[in-house]
Design a protein around this ligand. Structure first.
Ligand code: SF4
Length: 291
């Protein structure tokens, strides 16, 4: 278990939360953008899927109420995860009601079999395109959890969204795709970018980001606002504001009114630089009026 820089995993006091990976190994879902799989290949880690009880036992060392993202490096609801391992994980979840456990899955067909989750769980599904969005919504409509959320990350295809789609959704996360520079021109990426008119920008160090258009993001935000669903937009979209989002759109909201402390200064800085960029326009307008 370790502190995480995944920006939407936040403790109740606003500080960064934790990731816990009791199941280790090379994730068979094989998403082309997977960061964890890249790490396994790069550092030649053991790809065998196995259970590490010691990792989950570290939860007992947490003194304060915390938020823990379970299974950040492998899909936990796939057939490759022994049913008994999941049983142990949920025993620990029940044992520590003071902590919030976040699960995020792409295995809609398996997750739906659980139906009800312990009260201290946030259950999320990933939707990246129209097909996975439909499947995720259908699954969320059939399960019970304190917070049910949709992670639209990476947002790689525009899709229609109606208010009724998210009436059982308590939180939305929107993110772009961050990939190594060397992969930006591969066949899959080129096809995806061209087909969906996605936007590409250099990012941190040797990374690039493939982003949805501002209109794709707006279509989700406007429905979420109408349904009072908090929206968290990831840093890979907000940093430097390359999509020229409006201030009100640049948001990092969390369920339950939790306030993100670690980013407060950063978000304020982004907003300041955003307003600075807009100031000259205001000036020009007022000058024009005077003449
Ligand atoms: S499901 Fe998650 S961990 Fe598995 S390959 Fe996809 S992104 Fe990686």
């Amino acid at each position: 278990m370790q502190r995480t820089d995944i920006e939407w995993v936040v403790n109740p006091d606003g500080s960064p939360g934790y990731t816990c990976n009791p199941v280790k190994g090379f994730c068979p879902v094989a998403c082309p953008y997977c960061y964890a799989r890249r790490m396994y290949l790069r550092f030649k880690w053991d790809k065998t899927i196995r259970f590490h009880a010691s990792e989950i036992e570290e939860i007992s060392t947490l003194k304060k109420s915390s938020t823990i993202f379970m299974g950040s490096t492998i899909e936990l609801f796939g057939e490759w995860v022994n049913f008994r391992w999941l049983g142990i994980i949920f025993q620990w979840v029940r044992l520590y009601p003071q902590h919030t456990f976040i699960f995020l899955s792409k295995c809609y067909q398996n997750l739906v079999k659980y139906r009800a989750f312990p009260k201290n769980c946030y259950i999320g599904l990933t939707a990246t395109d129209a097909i996975s969005f439909r499947a995720a919504i259908n699954c969320l409509n059939h399960i019970n959890a304190k917070v049910k959320f949709l992670s639209i990350e990476p947002f790689i295809e525009p899709f229609p969204i109606l208010p009724s789609d998210i009436e059982n959704v308590n939180w939305l996360i929107i993110g772009g795709m961050t990939i190594p520079k060397a992969e930006i021109a591969n066949d899959y990426m080129c096809h995806l970018i061209e087909k969906n008119e996605l936007l590409t920008f250099p990012y941190r160090s040797s990374l690039w980001r493939v982003l949805p258009t501002a209109d794709m993001i707006r279509s989700v935000i406007s429905i979420a606002d109408g349904m009072n669903v908090p929206v968290f937009i990831k840093d890979n979209i907000l940093d430097g504001n390359p999509l020229d989002l409006r201030l009100a759109e640049m948001r990092q909201e969390l369920p339950g009114g939790v306030q993100l402390k670690r980013k407060e200064e950063e978000v304020a800085r982004k907003k300041r630089s955003h307003s600075k960029r807009r100031k000259p326009k205001t000036k020009r307008t007022s000058n024009r009026r005077q003449t």
